[in-house]
Design a protein around this ligand. Structure first.
Ligand SMILES: [Zn+2]
Length: 423
């Protein structure tokens, strides 16, 4: 499995432009050698998605092992090793995508090949999707597959990235299983003024200066906390009871600072001004200042609610608030056979450890399956050797690497889930 991951890392699938076809072909060749049925689907030839399938005998639920083959940019100057070298050093595979998420791609492919070689067959289909274009989402990956090839990717259950981190809270091991995702709902704050020559500031009405107090106010944004089901489930699993929404953050801090980091972004919508644009010329007073605001909503919230919250937070004033396309914000019930498979796996691997539901603060491809087919989709690829805090610092960053022991743990989980869910 380490060898397959090393080969995948050596194929540069930095998105943009992606060029995921070479990775899809490598996986197809590997899987076909084990007798697994494969198909490539691409909106354009150089950006293929791979879908592989072990057909069930009929009647049982289907499970999709979902992953993506593209990666984000790596600046070799920041790295200790070649980000596309795929080196195996002291039990760790180094390279861009080792954690996000060519490691899980490799483990999923090995799980498919292992089951096929054993002659295993479930009652439902086991599907492996190695999608293109997750990191940018320009319409070449799963979003396109669910529209153009729904029969290839439809599944009752799915396992993807986004969870499986292991924490110790009060000495008790806890694995997070992501059952939901926040919605990304960006806004642009536009502040108008009047231009003029910068040598005579009084002549104009400086939009940048007018925007400054609004930006500062956005930086202090707070909402009344509320408890979503995943946070209630988290407290039940970790603490044996559910605090009130008002006490939740304090309770999480008492459990551990890390528990507070997990819980805090899930207590409400979050707001972060991230981009600013005003005059293009040093000597011209800007007539317009545009502030891009990254806004993340709880799964049940709508962009209209977010806009109302923002307006009431900023108060009346000389500004416009323009929402752009929102996406994500779906959830699956944390119940049923896939949850049972996650829990039985953790009980078997690490007796005494518990599984707690989580909500991803970002976005994953699980959203497209939930939205299109009502798939029960979880983010769960367990990691035990690599500390969750360290993993968070390596993803999309320099020196990304994964311990082979964690790939093996993940492979054992995928095999367990396939047997448990597809029956
Ligand atoms: Zn990813």
């Amino acid at each position: 499995m380490a060898g397959l991951l090393q080969e995948l890392i050596r194929i540069d699938t930095t998105n943009p432009p992606g060029n995921e076809t070479a990775a899809a072909e490598l996986l197809r060749d590997y899987l076909e050698a084990a007798g697994v049925e494969c198909a490539l689907y691409g909106r354009v030839p150089e950006r293929a998605n791979l879908v592989a399938r072990i057909r069930g005998s009929g009647g049982g639920p289907s499970l999709a092992l979902l992953s993506h083959t593209d990666v984000v940019l790596a600046d070799a100057a920041e790295w200790l090793r070649d980000p596309f070298g795929g080196e195996l050093v002291a039990g760790e595979v180094w390279g861009r995508g080792a954690l996000d998420m060519k490691g899980e791609v490799a483990a999923s492919a090995v799980a498919m090949a292992t089951l096929a070689r054993e002659g295993w067959r479930g009652s439902g289909d086991l599907i492996f999707v190695a999608a293109a274009d997750e990191e940018v989402g320009a319409g070449y990956g799963l979003q396109w597959l669910v529209l153009e090839h729904p029969d290839a990717v439809r599944a009752d259950f799915s396992v993807n990235e986004g969870g499986g981190e292991r924490f110790e809270f009060g000495g008790r091991p806890v694995y997070l299983c992501a059952a939901a995702e926040k919605m990304t709902s960006p806004f642009v704050l536009r502040v108008h003024g009047r231009s003029g020559h910068a040598s005579m500031p009084a002549i104009g009405d400086n939009a940048l200066v007018k925007a400054a107090p609004l930006v500062a106010r956005l930086g202090e944004f707070r909402v009344e906390p509320r408890l979503i089901p995943e946070v209630e489930g988290f407290f039940m699993a970790v603490d044996g009871g559910v605090p009130s929404a008002a006490e939740a953050l304090e309770r999480a801090r008492a459990i551990s600072p890390l528990a507070a980091e997990v819980v805090e972004p899930l207590l409400g919508m979050t707001v972060a001004p991230t981009k600013a644009r005003a005059s293009e010329k040093r000597n011209v007073i800007p007539a317009l200042c545009e502030i891009t605001v990254d806004v993340r909503l709880l799964p049940e919230q709508t962009p209209a609610e977010a806009e109302a919250e923002l307006r009431s937070w900023l108060g009346p004033g000389d500004y416009e608030l323009v929402g752009s396309e929102a996406h994500g914000g779906t959830r699956s019930p944390f119940a049923g056979p896939l949850r049972a498979a996650v829990e039985s796996f953790v009980a078997q691997e690490e007796p005494g450890a518990v599984v707690a539901p989580a909500c991803v603060a970002g976005f994953t491809d699980s959203h497209w399956l939930r939205e299109a087919f009502g798939t029960v989709a979880y983010g769960f690829f367990p990691a035990r050797k690599l500390d969750a805090e360290q993993a968070a610092r390596l993803i999309h960053s320099a020196d990304e690497r994964v311990p082979v022991a964690d790939l093996e743990l993940g492979l054992r989980f995928l095999l367990h889930a396939a047997r448990a869910v597809c029956g």
